[in-house]
Design a protein around this ligand. Structure first.
Ligand code: SF4
Length: 324
């Protein structure tokens, strides 16, 4: 347990929920508690999952492709998504992991022992383990390592700007381009997420976006097109977009997987606005193609990568955005 960094007496101001927490109670995320008018992070140093993943699994496709990244997360989340893929850990109580002790220094040491020079804050929502994340990221950065967040983007401006000082790349889940749907299916709001995307871009963090197409919920292609347009106008056409195929989970167990046809249609729409569009959870390759000459730049066969880039450029000299 550690005292929270962004709190004002009984109010947690880490994320846009801005929970006012009574004595002995917890915020919406379930992992931040009020004790004598101080807010404490219950999951500090208490991961529920640690693993080595390919960076493509985050997914990040323009950030050191083919590399392995030490990934970890704690229990808790500030969203309650009805189709959550990790709901067992997202909704679990911190008591579930309170016997595990894995301080930030040990995370960094483990990464190095396993030959990883990158750390991902992921699996659940890293904002809710902010203190643990930022302490780990500071140590990692000092040692020349890279830090990556995989997040829902639901964080207030001040903590996000502070975090950007030590974060190198982010994949942000933009679930809906509709506030009502955000409130109904994720218990959050759209506007703060759009703001976070702009801040990440402004602060020079490498940014990729994931959008999950859920049949009947987020597969309205008109809304999808508005989202792509917004990304181009506000973040630029070089931000990679991962369109992810939905499979039934949690409270959306009765919803069918996204038809491949819908995925393909969405890709055609997205390509009108964005230069790098990828399909995720589909049974075929999602390669990086040069937007200028159509040359195959990065071939992805599962997590096997064939990188044909020469110092980040295509043979036609087109510079491909990202870190190679
Ligand atoms: S991080 Fe948790 S406690 Fe803090 S405002 Fe968000 S949901 Fe509430």
């Amino acid at each position: 347990m550690k005292q929270a960094l962004f709190a004002e007496n009984n109010k947690c101001v880490l994320c846009p929920h801005n929970c006012i927490i009574s004595e002995g109670k917890r915020g919406i995320c379930g992992v931040r508690i009020n004790k004598e008018d101080n807010i404490y992070a219950l999951v500090y140093g208490r991961p529920c999952s640690i693993a080595i993943d390919p960076i493509e699994k985050k997914p990040l496709y323009h950030f050191f492709p083919g590399k392995s990244i030490l990934s970890f997360g704690t229990v808790g989340c500030n969203f309650r998504c009805k189709g959550c893929q990790n709901w067992e850990i997202a909704t679990a109580k911190p008591e579930k992991t309170d016997k595990v002790s894995y301080p930030p220094k040990k995370i960094v040491e483990t990464a190095k022992e396993k030959g990883c020079d990158m750390i991902a804050y992921t699996y659940t929502e890293p904002t809710v383990f902010y203190e643990y994340m930022i302490d780990t990221a500071k140590i990692a950065k000092k040692q020349g390592m890279k830090n990556v967040i995989v997040s829902n983007g639901y964080i207030n401006e001040k903590p996000l700007r502070e975090l950007c000082k030590v974060i190198d790349a982010a994949n942000i889940d933009l679930k809906f381009f509709n506030n009502e749907k955000y409130m109904k299916y994720s218990s959050g709001k759209l506007e703060p997420i759009l703001k976070s995307l702009k801040i990440l871009k402004e602060e020079g963090v490498w940014l990729e976006i994931t959008n999950l197409l859920i049949p009947g919920l987020s597969d309205d292609l008109k809304e999808f097109e508005e989202m792509c347009k917004w990304i181009k106008e506000n973040l630029g056409e070089d931000v990679p977009l991962h369109i992810s195929r939905f499979f039934p989970h949690f409270k959306l167990g009765n919803v069918s997987p996204t038809p491949i046809e819908t995925m393909e249609k969405a890709k055609v729409i997205a390509k009108k606005y964005l230069r790098y569009v990828y399909l995720g959870n589909v049974p075929y390759e999602s390669n990086t193609i040069c937007p200028k000459c159509n040359n195959l730049l990065i071939k992805r066969d599962g997590y096997n990568i064939l990188n044909n880039l020469e110092k980040g450029c295509c043979v036609c000299k087109e510079k491909i955005p990202g870190s190679w």
